[in-house]
Design a protein around this ligand. Structure first.
Ligand SMILES: [Zn+2]
Length: 116
């Protein structure tokens, strides 16, 4: 039987293991669940998430303040808009970096699979 070595505790482990039975270290990326329940949850989140975001933006007081004739309230609205834009850019940038890393790590795990 072909065996691998756990990178953490250096015990021999089977190549089919996702976690080291000795120390519990993750030795392989477990496959994504494709069960009906998981699918339903993913689809449900895809539907609910935009609705939730839409409701949040409607409740967001920044729009009201930005439209206000009162200069002080208008100033608050402007700051709120800037913060919203900065945080949006940050989230987009972060999700971009995160996606890049996720792709890189899955490429790495595919490479590791071929080494067996
Ligand atoms: Zn181990």
């Amino acid at each position: 039987m072909e065996t691998n070595i756990c990178p953490v505790c250096h015990q021999p482990i089977l190549p089919t293991y996702y976690f080291c039975p000795n120390c519990g270290a993750k030795v392989n990326e477990p496959p994504l669940s494709t069960s009906a329940g998981t699918q339903a949850l993913i689809y449900l989140e895809s539907i609910v998430l935009p609705i939730v975001l839409f409701l949040f933006i409607k409740k967001w007081p920044g729009v009201k303040y930005f439209k206000s004739k009162d200069p002080k309230a208008n100033r608050i609205g402007q700051v709120a808009w800037v913060l919203l834009i900065v945080s949006t850019i940050f989230v987009i940038w972060f999700s971009y970096v995160w996606t890049e890393q996720a792709i890189q790590s899955s490429v790495d795990s595919i490479n590791t699979d071929f080494n067996f």
